[in-house]
Design a binder for this molecule. Structure first.
Ligand SMILES: Cc1cc2nc3c(=O)[nH]c(=O)nc-3n(C[C@H](O)[C@H](O)[C@H](O)COP(=O)(O)OP(=O)(O)OC[C@H]3O[C@@H](n4cnc5c(N)ncnc54)[C@H](O)[C@@H]3O)c2cc1C
Length: 243
C-alpha cells in the first residue's frame, strides 16, 4: 500500500502574515497553513481575533475547543489529497461509501488490467509462507496459491480481451467485458480528496479494529499524514485503531 499526500491547504496573500498581524492574530510561527485558516474562519464568526479567552488563546487549544464545541464546519475550509496505489478494489468500494470524499480512479475500461496484481490482505500477508492442505495429502504455500490465482485471472482476462477484439469489438468494449473475471482483491490506483471534517468522520469509522483490516491500515496511513497538516484537528485520535 502506498499513500502519498499530494496536496493540502496553503494560505495565499489574502491571509498573509501582514493581514494576520493587522487582525491581531499573533501566530507563533509554528502553526501550519491549515491550522491558521481554521482559526481565522472560526474567529471570524465572533470577530474574536484579539484572542479574548486565555484558555483558547493558542491555536491548538482554539482548534481543540472548536471540535469539543461541535463547531466542526470550520474544519471544512482545509483539505488534503492523497495518491493511493497498491490497494484493492474491495478497499476502494468501502472508502467510496464516504460521500464527502472525492475520487478519481484508474479506469478498468480504458486501462489494460492483464498485469494488475492481487493485493494480499493483511491476514494472509501474515501467513504468506504457511502451508495449506488443498487436497487430501496435497499441500501448497499460501503465497503460491495467491500467485496461481493471479496467473489464472490474468490469462483468462487476456484470452477474453483477444476473443472479443477478434469478434470486432473495440479495445474499450473488450476490456469492460473481460474485467468481469477480475476479483475484488485486484489492485487499483486513485486520487482521493477531502476536507478535514470529512477525513475526521472517515477515520472515526475506519481507523477501527472492527473495520476491514486493509481500510484500517489505509486510515492509519492517512491519519499520520493529516497530523502533519493540522495536528490539533486529530489530537483526539489514538495512535492505535479505535476499539
Ligand atoms: C465497520 C463497518 C461495517 C460496515 N458494513 C457494511 C455492510 O455490511 N453493508 C453496507 O452496505 N455498508 C457497510 N458499511 C458502510 C456504512 O454503512 C456507510 O456507508 C459508510 O461507513 C459511510 O458512512 P456514512 O454513511 O455514515 O457517512 P458518509 O457518507 O461518510 O457521510 C458522513 C456523514 O454525513 C451525513 N450524511 C451523509 N449523507 C447523508 C444523507 N443522505 N442523509 C443524512 N445524513 C447524511 C451523516 O451524518 C454521515 O455519517 C460499514 C461500515 C463500517 C465502518
Amino acid at each position: 500500500m502506498k499513500v502519498s499526500l499530494i496536496a493540502s491547504t496553503r494560505l495565499e496573500g489574502g491571509l498573509s502574515r501582514d493581514v494576520i498581524y493587522e487582525l491581531g492574530l499573533p501566530f507563533n510561527g509554528l502553526e501550519t497553513d491549515a491550522e491558521r485558516l481554521i482559526e481565522f474562519a472560526g474567529r471570524l464568526c465572533y470577530k474574536s481575533f484579539h484572542r479574548p479567552r486565555p484558555e483558547t488563546a493558542k491555536t491548538d487549544d482554539y482548534i481543540k475547543n472548536i471540535i469539543a464545541q461541535g463547531h466542526e464546519s470550520v474544519l471544512e475550509h482545509a483539505s488534503a489529497s492523497f495518491h493511493v496505489s497498491g490497494v484493492s478494489r474491495n478497499m476502494l468500494l468501502e472508502l467510496e461509501r464516504h460521500r464527502h470524499l472525492s475520487f478519481s480512479v484508474i479506469s478498468q475500461r480504458f486501462v489494460d488490467s492483464s498485469t494488475a496484481a492481487l493485493v494480499c490482505p493483511p491476514a494472509l500477508e501474515a501467513h504468506k509462507h504457511d502451508m495449506v492442505e488443498i487436497e487430501p495429502g496435497g499441500f501448497a504455500e499460501i503465497d503460491e496459491l495467491l500467485n496461481e490465482s493471479e496467473e489464472v485471472m490474468s490469462n483468462v482476462y487476456q484470452v477474453l480481451v483477444k476473443f472479443l477484439q477478434d469478434k470486432g469489438y473495440g479495445r474499450k468494449q473488450a476490456r469492460e467485458a473481460a474485467r468481469s473475471v477480475l476479483p475484488g482483491g485486484i489492485e487499483t490506483e486513485f486520487v482521493v480528496s477531502g476536507n478535514l471534517r470529512a477525513w475526521r468522520d472517515v477515520l472515526k469509522k475506519r481507523y477501527s479494529k472492527h473495520a476491514d483490516a486493509e481500510i484500517c491500515e489505509f486510515a492509519g496511513e492517512v491519519l499520520q499524514r493529516l497530523r502533519d497538516i493540522a495536528e490539533p484537528v486529530f489530537t483526539d485520535f489514538p495512535d492505535q485503531p479505535f476499539d
